[in-house]
Design a protein around this ligand. Structure first.
Ligand code: HEM
Length: 144
């Protein structure tokens, strides 16, 4: 019995060690963005940029700022393999009927790049996030 418990304990410790090692390695990108506080700053700056940008500002006139920021932080965190859960609506459901085209989408991406630059996110890490966002165009756009 003692030896069975001993084995079980060792197995559990081994599992925990492997799991925490892989969790640690996988969240490297998330850490490059400064984890939750870094993401919150980037999303704040992104929002300031889209409101100051005549190409995106009209879309956000009556938008629920607090909710969008919170959901964006969750979503970016998940995309960066951070320890988060996205609790917002699907991209299709959220954006349909907003008349978003390629120009507006590209403008928002530029606003995000500025926010990442300002917060010192390394260029190769910026590109990793952008590569994950790019295919979402399919669900965000209403027209070309
Ligand atoms: C990859 C690009 C984009 C991502 C990842 C994204 C993500 C999000 C998220 C997570 C929300 C909140 C979802 C929720 O309420 O549950 C949201 C809302 C919103 N997004 Fe985007 N978005 C993108 C592109 C755009 C673009 C290009 C525009 C317009 C220029 C835009 C305008 C809005 C607006 C106005 C809302 C608020 C909708 C409402 O609640 O009435 N988004 N977006």
């Amino acid at each position: 019995m003692q030896s069975f418990l001993g084995h079980a304990m060792k197995a559990a410790l081994l599992f925990a060690a492997i799991f925490s090692a892989s969790a640690h390695a996988d969240d490297a990108l998330y850490r490059e963005f400064g984890e939750k506080p870094g993401l919150a700053k980037i999303v704040d700056d992104l929002y300031d940029n889209v409101l100051a940008d005549p190409r995106t500002q009209p879309y956000f006139e009556d938008a629920p700022i607090k909710r969008i920021k919170q959901k964006l932080v969750e979503q970016f965190c998940v995309l960066l393999d951070g320890p988060c859960e996205y609790t917002g609506r699907t991209m299709k459901r959220t954006h349909e009927g907003q008349n978003i085209d390629r120009a507006a989408f590209n403008a928002l991406v530029e606003d995000l790049q500025k926010a990442m630059d300002k917060n010192g996110v390394p260029f190769h890490s910026q590109n990793k996030l952008l590569a994950k966002l790019a295919p979402m165009y399919r669900d965000v756009q209403d027209r070309e």
